[in-house]
Design a protein around this ligand. Structure first.
Ligand SMILES: Nc1ncnc2c1ncn2[C@@H]1O[C@H](COP(=O)(O)OP(=O)(O)OP(=O)(O)O)[C@@H](O)[C@H]1O
Ligand SMILES: [Mg+2]
Length: 203
């Protein structure tokens, strides 16, 4: 079990990037983190990886406090390289530089690798569909300072059909949570909450 216990991060220049983030991530769980630019997603991943030290709180893997990079926690930044086989794999926008078709292929490939040894995955993305293809749980963050805004369980059967009504239902929920997290929600005449800018990749 990976436990993130009330971590906060204030950078030396005074920016409060994270405030009181707590999370339990089960072995084999796929947690996807999504949220506006600057809400602390990369800061959180670096703190979990041991590459950076939180200003408050602690990260604990199987009872051991993480204070430095650890062989059982791998981290991959914007590159589609899926080589290491640690117990916990952190991916920070791994496919963001790729076209949609290549990205979809690599999402499938990542899920195949995950099914093989069932590591815990924490994936940061700005792509709502990618979040829903991958996640057991989607954590929406909000900025200034970075906090958990909402958690959305995503228990659609795998492999997930992007064209299904159930997929679309979750997508609307995530888009609405993102809009609210950025205080950009729009209530339509029929009372539905929708994306102020039409949804998509605009945050
Ligand atoms: N080394 C640093 N020194 C000072 N401030 C920083 C540093 N790294 C990040 N920040 C600030 O901390 C906040 C969180 O940044 P972070 O990169 O974690 O956000 P993010 O959610 O990953 O954003 P993005 O979606 O753009 O990747 C931002 O305000 C950012 O400007
Ligand atoms: Mg980032």
């Amino acid at each position: 079990m990976l436990v993130v216990d009330r971590i906060g991060k204030t950078y030396p220049n005074g920016v409060r990037a994270l405030d009181g983030i707590s999370l339990n991530v089960a072995p084999g769980e796929i947690l996807v983190v999504i949220g506006g630019s600057g809400c602390g997603k990369s800061t959180m991943l670096r703190a979990i990886s041991g590459l950076d030290t939180p200003s408050q709180g602690k990260v604990v893997l199987d009872g051991m406090v993480i204070t430095a990079p650890h062989e059982q926690i791998g981290i991959i930044f914007q590159e589609p390289r899926l080589v290491p086989r640690p117990q916990v794999l952190l991916l920070d926008e791994p496919f963001s530089a790729l076209d949609a078709f290549t990205r979809a292929d690599l999402q499938d490939h990542l899920l195949d690798l995950w099914a093989d040894s069932k590591p815990t995955l924490i994936v940061v993305t700005h792509d709502v569909e990618e979040a829903i293809v991958l996640a057991d749980r989607i954590m929406v963050m909000r900025p200034h300072p970075g906090r958990v805004y909402e958690e959305i369980l995503c228990d659609l059967p795998r492999p997930r059909d992007r064209q299904s009504a159930a997929f679309d239902f979750v997508k609307r929920r995530v888009l609405a949570a993102l809009d609210r997290s950025l205080e950009r929600a729009v209530i339509t005449d029929d009372g539905e909450t929708r994306a102020a800018a039409g949804g998509g990749l605009w945050w």
